[in-house]
Design a protein around this ligand. Structure first.
Ligand code: BGC
Length: 739
């Protein structure tokens, strides 16, 4: 007779309770294991250990393993996790999007959601149920190899874009064929490790955690209902995240009410002993990991037997195992895996992966994320005169540089046959060549310098070719071997002979357009000073070459704005807009000197929120409808601040302006950032059009964390700043108060 847990008409809680009442301790601990499917002896453990989850499982193995799980004593389905980070890039033919950092420059929740939705559809079509995305790390130090995976430096914006991505992945109904579980990672402050050193120590106080690093995750859990969190590799003030019950249990589960589960990062539990040395052996590590609140243990096989022994010998309470397993099982039920969705019809993959609608969404993401940082009236190129373009730089024709990290294994980047992996990708060279073939321009390409090569000959050839051109487009940046996990940098200058190439090209006297295709902000002060135009693409995705061509030739009016500051020099790091006051400065008369370093500017090279358009926008008449807000103890019930501003497109061309709203709390009981982003609007304006744009800032968004670690709005004077970027000269300001 079938057991109640197989009955879909019962509630999930009833089904979980019934199933758990039938499970042995061994079966329960097995559910907590996640092993890599691409390492074969792990797959052999499926029946022996009742493994609950595999990661990095692709192709037909998905179905094979699921069939084997169905034949185990209780037939508990597997849940498969995968790094579908900017597209389901572990599977050939999938749709690849710009990296998270590139995408964030569009400041578009809708794009973030559509990227995630397409990824969910493609991932589920492969029989997988869970992506380890989005990344909510605050990206403030571009020496860190993984900064490309972030949504940039602002915690509030990260929360907004991440919540949208989570909605895109998880949809309304997890038991549908177009949804998967999301995973907000790396929880928490993983991007803040000292010196940009990956997985090292984060020197972050509890107050800074609560003020800066936890809020995006809180939004992900409370507002977007993310199903899972992934614990970071690093330690905070000496305690590895994976050993902190305050971080893993108290905050998300008790305070935020998270009903989902927490997965470790790769072998975090083993690292408690092997690397971080807070556990004397792997048994001790298993105990610390379980007690702290890790529910699923990624790739630490020793956890299995040690945990069974620890429970049997009375050293840990089985209730901890039960809590973790109930969380995991309830999501297996929610995904419909016990009912109709254990198997996916894999024969539909060819129609779903990389279909034209999905590729269109990817192209749109590439278009909206491009950011114009400088334009001395060179762009758009003058098509009427059929410009002769000299294109230089290896990244102009490098598929992998264009796709960025976490696209390895995808058809686009992983295959050895160049013609194959180029199939769906259009590089900048190919994009411009298509325009040349259509008679819109003339193109010659000289590869010139590459990020990781030391060849001068090509630079000389590029200089020669410049003589016959009207304009030079030089594409510079970095390549995959210079970023990602295990690839932090100490030097952020342009590598190889890219700088020499730019200087030689500039010396020809021809207008120089620099396309910046890199995983991160590099130190490019020379470029800012000498290039005639700069387009920041970061890793713009498979269709980035089309979008860039459209921008250069004027079909596309750029609208992206930076979500991360560029340092002038590596010694300036970290350099972010929401900085603190108090840095000593010499006083001359009553005016502070602007420069605090004696040998370089205090301000970044390019600032958060910065980005130009072919249109021009003018801000005026900033108004606060309710300049006195009544103080409210109940933050959620407080009155929202109502602000509006007039924005006019003063140019002859329709365009999109991303208007930003920042709040400054003038005096507080603790030191707080000079201002913090609390709103933005993407405003589309026809040529000459003027419109009033409204913002509503929830009362709670005026709060700070005080010295007692309480979240409060302190009565007093505030300013609201609205404008085109975080730079002082771009902002209008108005006063309001909380009384
Ligand atoms: C990374 C995670 C990733 C995991 C699984 C780790 O090394 O830090 O971001 O999700 O591997 O591939």
């Amino acid at each position: 007779m079938s057991q109640p847990y197989t009955n879909p008409s019962l509630s999930i809680a009833e089904r979980v309770e019934n199933l758990m009442s039938l499970m042995t301790l061994e079966e329960k601990v097995g559910q907590m294991l996640q092993l890599p499917a691409n390492m074969s002896d792990n797959v052999d453990k499926l029946e022996q250990w009742n493994v609950g989850s595999y990661l990095h499982c692709t192709g037909d193995m998905v179905e094979e393993l699921q069939q084997r799980a169905a034949k185990t004593r209780l037939g508990i389905p597997l849940i498969f996790g995968i790094d579908a980070i900017h597209g389901h890039c572990f599977e050939n033919d999938s749709t690849v999007f710009p990296t998270q950092l590139a995408l964030s420059c569009a400041w578009s929740k809708q794009l973030s959601q559509s990227m995630a939705h397409v990824t969910a559809v493609e991932t589920r079509a492969c029989g997988l149920h869970w992506t380890f995305s989005p990344v909510l790390c605050v990206g403030r130090d571009s020496r860190w190899g993984r900064i490309n995976e972030t949504f940039g430096e602002d915690p509030w914006l990260i929360g907004e874009l991440a919540a949208a991505a989570i909605h895109g992945y998880q949809g309304e109904n997890l038991a549908a064929n177009d949804t998967i579980l999301a995973c907000a990672k790396h929880y928490v402050a993983y991007g803040e490790t000292t010196g940009g050193r990956d997985a090292y120590e984060a020197e972050v106080s509890p107050r800074k955690l609560l003020s800066v690093f936890l809020p995006p995750f809180e939004k992900a859990v409370k507002q977007a209902k993310v199903a899972t969190l992934m614990a970071g590799y690093q330690a905070i003030d000496g305690l590895p995240c994976s050993a902190s019950s305050w971080i893993l249990r108290d905050i998300p589960k008790t305070q935020w009410g998270m009903d989902g589960f927490i997965v470790t990062d790769w072998d975090n539990v083993g690292s408690l002993h092997d690397k971080q040395r807070v556990a004397e052996d792997l048994r001790h590590a298993a105990k610390l990991g379980l007690e702290a609140g890790n529910d699923m243990i990624m790739t630490t096989p020793s956890f299995y037997q040690h945990t069974i022994d620890l429970v049997n010998q009375g050293e840990v309470d089985v209730a901890l195992v039960d809590d973790a397993v109930a969380r995991i099982l309830s999501y297996k039920f929610k995904l419909g895996l016990f009912d109709d969705f254990r198997y996916t019809d894999l024969s539909k993959k060819p129609q779903i992966l990389g279909n034209p609608v999905h590729w269109h969404a990817s192209l749109e993401a590439s278009r909206q994320s491009l950011t114009l940082l400088k334009n001395k009236q060179v762009l758009p190129l003058d098509e009427a005169n059929k410009p002769k373009i000299l294109l230089c730089g290896a990244n102009a024709d490098d598929v992998v540089a264009q796709l960025g990290d976490w696209s390895f294994g995808s058809m686009q980047a992983g295959a050895s046959d160049d013609s194959f992996h180029r199939r769906d990708c259009v590089t900048l060279r190919q994009g411009l060549q298509a325009a040349a073939d259509a008679g819109r321009c003339e193109l010659s390409y000289v590869r010139g310098a590459a990020p990781a090569e030391a060849d001068f000959e090509e630079i000389l050839a590029a200089v020669d070719a410049a003589a016959n051109s009207d304009v030079i487009v030089a594409c510079v940046g970095d390549i995959l071997s210079q970023h990602g996990e295990f690839h932090d940098r100490a030097n952020l200058d342009l590598s190889g002979h890219q700088q020499a190439m730019l200087e030689a090209l500039k010396a020809t006297g021809k207008p120089l357009v620099v396309v910046f295709m890199a995983s991160k902000p590099l130190t490019i002060p020379w470029v800012k000073q000498h290039a005639d135009a700069i387009v920041c693409a970061f890793n713009p995705g498979a269709k980035g070459g089309i979008a860039l061509t459209e921008l250069l030739l004027g079909d596309l009016n750029p609208s992206g704005k930076l979500t991360i500051s560029f340092p002038v020099h590596v010694g300036q790091l970290p350099v972010y807009y929401n900085k603190y006051q108090g840095w000593h400065a010499l006083i001359s008369g009553r005016t502070n000197h602007q420069e605090r370093y004696i040998d370089m500017p205090e301000q970044p090279l390019f600032s958060f929120g910065e980005g130009q358009s072919y249109s021009e926008f003018e801000y005026s008449d900033l108004q606060v409808a309710n300049p006195t807000l009544s103080a409210s103890q109940d933050l959620a019930a407080g009155e929202a601040l109502k602000v509006s501003v007039q924005i006019k497109n003063t140019s002859q061309r329709a365009g999109i302006e991303i208007a930003q709203l920042y709040i400054r709390d003038c005096v507080a009981s603790v030191t707080i950032p000079v201002m913090q982003l609390r709103g933005f609007e993407r405003v589309e304006l026809a040529a000459g059009e003027s419109r009033r744009v409204d913002f509503s800032v929830p009362y709670e968004d005026l709060a700070l964390i005080n010295a007692q670690l309480e979240k409060v709005v302190e009565p007093g004077a505030f300013k609201v700043l609205v404008g085109a970027s975080s730079k002082a000269e771009d902002l209008l300001s108005a006063d309001f108060k909380v009384a």
